[in-house]
Ligand binder design. Structure first.
Ligand SMILES: C[S@@+](CC[C@H](N)C(=O)[O-])C[C@H]1O[C@@H](n2cnc3c(N)ncnc32)[C@H](O)[C@@H]1O
Length: 239
């Protein structure tokens, strides 16, 4: 697995630095739409009454929280992230469900500490881009998801995408470059992080490209639903 000269995995240092203002910036920069999208992604994750669920790249546990609110008591819920500062915030938030309800684990998507076929469903909200955009371990990350899923298990991706309409796409890119990057940088005090987030959103894959990536890796039965004229999408794939 790739590591930089300081020993960090791609984006790891950045995601260790951003947490203090991470949640509030998500709400501001998506005009408060992000939580509704996560709620829909959580419903997709839970659609077939899974016994074991993973929120991959759980960050501060926003998707995990939606899953926990709607899941049955028997559903095992796990969150995995490599940023200990994100996980600190996540732990404070999931405490409302009781001490043992949700298991949050510090670990790497490229080498998950789970046996083959552990999960019926894996959800990921706004983390798939980090695992695949200009990431030398993109293929490894997708194959790890396949490995930890049971046969027939589902992978639910909530991620930014590319609007089909050229004018809408131009507006979306304008928003990323001239609103997300400077406002995120100003409020978080971390200009590099929000420049990366905006740049990766501008250059990220369209839904057909995400689908192609998943099919090539071995997933099947891809479904998708777009939001905000295609700026965001939920893509579901089956192992
Ligand atoms: C944009 S945040 C999304 C967090 C959360 N899922 C949400 O909806 O807000 C991306 C998360 O992916 C995590 N991440 C990125 N690469 C990772 C990897 N290789 N292994 C584990 N976590 C990773 C980061 O630490 C960060 O918390």
């Amino acid at each position: 697995m790739f590591r930089d000269e300081k020993g960090f995995r791609p984006t790891q240092q950045m995601f260790t630095e951003v947490p203090p203002k991470y949640d509030i910036l998500n709400r501001i920069l998506t005009l408060n739409l992000d939580e509704g999208w996560r709620k829909k992604a959580a419903s997709k994750v839970l659609e077939e009454n899974p016994a074991q669920v993973l929120d991959l790249c759980c960050g501060t546990a926003d998707l995990t929280m939606h899953i926990a609110r709607s899941a049955g008591e028997q559903t095992g819920i796990y969150g995995l992230d490599f940023s200990h500062t994100m996980l600190e915030r996540a732990r404070e938030k999931v405490a409302v469900f009781g001490p043992d309800r949700i298991k949050l684990i510090q670990g790497d998507a490229g080498n998950m500490p789970f046996d083959d076929g552990t999960f019926d469903a894996v959800g990921i909200s706004f983390g798939f881009r980090n695992l695949t955009f200009e990431n030398p371990d993109a293929a490894l990350h997708i194959s790890e998801v396949l490995r930890v899923l049971k046969p027939g298990g589902r992978f639910v991706i909530l991620e930014t995408s590319q609007p089909k309409n050229r004018i809408v796409r131009w507006g979306y890119h304008f928003y990323q470059k001239y609103i997300t990057a400077p406002i995120g940088g100003l409020i978080s005090g971390n200009r590099a992080a929000y420049s990366y987030l905006a740049r990766s959103a501008v250059h990220y894959y369209s839904v057909p490209e995400i689908s192609e990536l998943l099919l090539k890796a071995g997933f099947s039965k891809i479904q998708s639903r777009s939001f905000l004229l295609g700026a965001t999408a939920i893509v579901t794939a089956i192992k």
